[in-house]
Design a protein around this ligand. Structure first.
Ligand SMILES: [Zn+2]
Length: 422
């Protein structure tokens, strides 16, 4: 029998408290569809599905002819499967972690350090920064998805500072006026003024900001029914405050863009970009790392000084945060999201109903394939036998191996494939 280099995976679930409950969660839906033996508990959060070889969630190999139990063990014994370039560049490790997220309540306000800062933070505070790697991330919406990302254009921030006196009080008149006076012909002056305002907000004293937040919440809640509170971003403020009462992170909605993604739209989070996922389901891919600097909307360790120091204070409109997918010139059914980092790329594969036989092409990188919609029988010279694929199936594909899909669903298929395009 030929060596098996393409095989199905059972993936690890993380039941973090911010996840959607039971079958509300896309993670739970994919799990139960992919494996009918999985029991979904209606009152349990299903936050993340981890498709990769991370030690805290190494995928289980679903092929008992393979002696290794997990993907991480198998890759350690078969590093050639990564592809020569990937193997050499990333020291024999799969460089990315592929995930599905189902977000019910907001995740923390955070940013991820670049490689240089990650190495420094890890050396100084290994208990909070567990490795020396950077952690660029990309999220692609599966359902309408909302997040905070990057600093808003200054006009929007200034307008909130004028409409929300509680926010203005926290920052102080001198810093606010400096931001109001900063002109668009001086981007460095704008960034400097923005840094001062945001840092003053995040470092304000607990009693002071809790009081101001309570006043603001009270004021917005008492507005007449039906009155427009968009000038103070009222709806979002009340929602975040109900999730994280008394948390300084609630005020960051006045500084950061609210980005709304439709299914298939993506946002890329490079180093030092402030962000928070608010709600919705997405696929996510990231470099293998746990380095996150948090500053609000979380009960976890927060490091306000480091966060305020490291951030990219370049204002830009919300629309600029949507990362474009490019249709492949080789295959019009493939859209590639290729961020400006070497660690990963994602392909969205939309097979129309008219196609009954489709080739998942060989690439010079190990990849992980997730079926979101549709059914097919997959065959490969590198697989032990036919693989029946349905919503929720996850396959590992070694570099330079292909799979033929014999489609059996009438509506085509939707697949996501994470890989490394060096
Ligand atoms: Zn993040």
């Amino acid at each position: 029998m030929a060596e098996i280099r393409v095989f199905p995976l059972s993936c690890a679930v993380q039941n973090y408290s911010w996840g959607k409950l039971g079958l509300e969660s896309e993670v739970a839906k994919l799990l139960s569809s992919g494996d009918p033996l999985v029991q979904i508990q209606p009152d349990r959060p299903y936050a993340e599905l981890w498709m990769g070889a991370h030690p805290r969630g190494d995928a289980i190999i679903r092929d008992n002819r393979i002696p290794q139990k997990t993907l991480g063990q198998w890759i350690a014994d078969n590093p050639v499967c990564l592809g020569t370039k990937v193997k050499d560049t990333f020291q024999g490790q799969l460089p990315f972690l592929f995930k599905v997220l189902s977000v019910d309540t907001a995740l923390s306000i955070q940013a991820h350090p670049n490689k240089e800062l990650a190495a420094k933070l890890h050396a100084q505070f290994p208990e909070h920064y567990p490795d020396a790697n950077h952690k660029p991330e990309m999220a692609i919406a599966l359902t309408p998805f909302e997040g905070l990302c990057g600093f808003r254009p200054v006009e929007e921030i200034v307008s909130f500072l004028q409409n929300v006196p509680e926010l203005r009080a926290l920052i102080g008149e001198v810093a606010v006026e400096q931001l109001e006076r900063s002109g668009s012909d001086d981007p460095r002056g704008v960034s400097a003024a923005l840094r001062v305002c945001f840092t003053r907000l995040m470092k304000s004293e607990k009693k002071f900001f809790v009081d101001q937040l309570n006043m603001l919440v009270k004021r917005i809640s008492q507005e007449e029914e039906g009155k427009d509170t968009s000038g103070s971003n009222g709806e979002l403020l009340l929602r975040l405050h109900s999730q994280y009462p008394g948390d300084i992170g609630c005020f960051t909605i006045y500084f950061l863009n609210l980005v709304k993604l439709e299914p298939g739209e993506a946002m890329f989070l490079g180093a030092n970009e402030p962000h928070a996922y608010l709600r919705g389901d997405c696929v996510e891919c990231m470099a293998c790392s746990d380095n996150t600097v948090r500053a609000g909307l979380t009960p976890k360790f927060i490091d306000v000084l480091t966060l305020c120091e490291m951030l990219n204070y370049t204002p830009a409109p919300s629309s600029s945060k949507i990362f474009p997918a490019v249709q492949s010139q080789l295959d019009p059914n493939v859209y590639v999201y290729d961020p400006p980092v070497p660690d990963f790329a994602i392909m969205r594969i939309e097979i129309p109903a008219s196609i009954k036989l489709y080739l998942i092409s060989a690439i010079d990188s190990a990849s992980i394939l997730l079926v979101i919609q549709g059914t097919a029988v997959g065959t490969s010279t590198a697989a032990a036998s036919e693989m029946s694929l349905c919503r929720g199936s996850v396959l590992f594909i070694s570099a330079n191996e292909s799979i033929s899909l014999h489609l059996s669903s009438p509506d085509g298929m939707l697949l996501f494939r994470a890989c490394c395009l060096l």
